[in-house]
Ligand binder design. Sequence first.
Ligand SMILES: *Cc1c(COP(=O)(O)O)cnc(C)c1O
Length: 420
Amino acid sequence: MSQKIPFITLDQAKEIAKAYPTPFHIYDEAGIRRTARALNKAFAWNPGFKEYFAVKATPNPFILRVLREEGCGVDCSSVTELMLSHASGFSGREIMFSSNETQGSEFAYAHRLGGIINLDDYTLIDTLEESCGIPETVSCRYNPGGEFSIGNEIMDQPKDAKYGMTRAQLTQAYRKLMEKGAKHFGLHAFLASNTLTNAYYPTLARILFTTAVELHQETGAHIAFINLSGGVGVAYRPEEPDNDIAAIGEGVRKAYEEVLVPAGMGDVAICTELGRFMLAPNGALVTTACHEKHTYKEYVGVDACACNLMRPAMYGAYHHITVLGKENAPEDRVYDIVGSLCENNDKFAIDRRMPAIDRGDLLYIHDTGAHGFSMGYNYNGKLRSAELMLREDGSVQMIRRAETPEDYFATFDFAGLKFD
Ligand SMILES: *Cc1c(COP(=O)(O)O)cnc(C)c1O
């Protein structure tokens, strides 16, 4: 069971809202560090282990710097993510470039920063060679096709995913890259998202380890690292089980001992590209209840909208909501919690049992630290909120200001329009 306990109290939230009006995203530095340390501890048995945080989940330099202090690198897939990472202090082997449908100019920039390039497709070998040459270390992304299941449970359908190379293409790719001078190889796969089973990484690891042994035997390539990518999930719902990262690390170790070590490949480094697991529970969206509406349903309107958190509108995703200060009040109402977009899917909760909400109440939307702010957009002229960081000493730092109308209008200033 996941405990849904906010990392700020009502009094803290009220104090913060005086300086930074709602809605705002807030992150918990102590929680981010705790999560990173737990992950590093779970994989401490592997001397080369490194987490490359998936920048797309939370692209903010203050957060990236905290993660860097905890020994993490970054996983990027676009030029601007590379620029942000570089400006935040990352370079060389601290950068993994796991892109797809990549342009040569993107490879060239990743290569210039010294990042490790992870190729999504066989045809990208030519693109890479033309743009910056073949580096000594290069990685390939695998898609085994078919269905991916653990036990009886179907986790996802790799056959329908646009990512990665077929098994035959992997062999061809390694051979071609070796001919062109590559010496050290990585192998990567991402087969299921937001998994809630400690068996995901160990199952994936076994597939990748077995494939790595085969590739080594077929081609003679030196496999330097295996990248388990993202996909370890978080319990968004209180009744869901939390993943146990120590058990996950132990499961991967067992597969490593059973598959890689007997093949004489006990020097392979493990890496991960987690985004959600690292940040989701360590961020929240705080919003004020502004209206109530009684029609065919009971609505509470808040000052955040899907532009601040798209996941419920886009995937029907569940995010737990705590009415701050009413943690122990009876949940004797049923509400739709809605934003102000002219879109009927702009709902943070539908038919949710909650305590009675009054105008002015502060609502804490849980687990928005990954794929939250970063998926924001400007539909209906809505502006992105500020991002704040609750520092370990209890102080609050603004780590990104809220957008202003000038930001929204900035890209058509050339039209000579004047806004007063
Ligand atoms: C999105 C992504 C991740 C992170 O996924 P999470 O679900 O946030 O862990 C890692 N690697 C790649 C290549 C991705 O596209």
